[in-house]
Write a protein that binds this ligand. Structure first.
Ligand code: APR
Length: 242
């Protein structure tokens, strides 16, 4: 066993409160495209068109088509060994939960019960007028765009777009977990998106030991205590299986 791997295991076993912080990389081995890698989602799209409130206002049909295509893909994928290992941590450790930037719902599907979804969930809609949120599992766009059954407002995907604020109560709970953690495992995120990345840096400043799992260096690498290079499902389903 390599030294960093042994150190990570030792830290996790000795931890009083662990939190996992995940990004698109944790779902990559399930077949969900990441955003900023080669072949990433943003490589094929101008994010301004499909992931901003202005984009939605300009062309809601285009945005809904984009999200329906993502739902069709999300429906076909399954949690991988990393999601399953993380779900298992709830039973193994004093584990607060998973703070994720992912909208694919795969952590919950793997059995994680404590998940804060910083960027929303692709399987929910939000009314752009009354802000009612509900589960919506359609994968095809009907002839008319979806509308709120309460107020008739236009429904939008319940995801946080560029330029939008994160949900306050989700952030509150996520920060509570992160600031009280003594070990944080950051998995599969480029750390390029704020404020999410700042949550990890702040928790580190408050004293957490931060372990990063990624295939490459990230914007968070200089701030963490230990980086384990590799694919998360391979590592967490193999040598890092605890
Ligand atoms: N195992 C571990 N890490 C991986 C794997 C893998 N199998 N595959 C890719 N990675 C790493 C990449 O090296 C990269 O650092 O996952 C990271 C993915 O980074 P991004 O594509 O930037 O995804 P993420 O960090 O989740 O993006 C944050 O940006 O556009 C938004 O809202 C979107 O939530 C998303 C946010």
């Amino acid at each position: 066993m390599t030294q960093p791997l042994a150190r990570a295991i030792q830290k996790m076993k000795a931890a009083k409160r662990i939190v996992a912080f995940t990004g698109a990389g944790v779902s990559q081995e399930s077949g969900v495209p990441t955003f900023r890698d080669h072949n990433g989602l943003w490589e094929n799209h101008r994010f301004e068109e499909v992931a901003t409130p202005e984009g939605f206002q300009a062309d809601p049909v285009l945005v809904w088509r984009f999200y329906m295509a993502r739902r069709q893909l999300a429906k076909q994928v399954k949690p991988n060994a990393a999601h399953l290992a993380i779900a298992g941590w709830e039973k193994q450790f004093s584990f607060a939960g998973v703070v994720t930037q992912n909208i694919d719902g795969l952590h919950a599907q793997a059995g994680s019960r404590h998940v804060q979804e910083l960027h929303g969930n692709i399987w929910k809609t939000e009314c752009s007028r009354c802000h009612r949120v509900e589960v919506n599992e359609a994968t095809e766009l009907s002839a008319d765009l979806p509308h709120c059954r309460d107020c008739g407002g236009l429904l939008r995907p319940h995801v946080v777009w560029f330029g939008e604020a994160l949900n306050e109560s989700v952030v509150h709970e996520a920060l509570l977990w992160l600031y009280q953690a003594d070990v944080i495992i950051v998995i599969g995120t480029s750390g390029a998106v704020e404020p999410a990345a700042s949550f990890v840096r702040e928790a580190k400043q408050k004293g957490a030991y931060v372990i990063e799992i990624n295939t490459q260096k990230t914007a968070l690498t200089p701030f963490v205590d230990l980086t384990l290079y590799g694919k998360s499902a391979e590592l967490l389903g193999g040598p890092l299986r605890i």
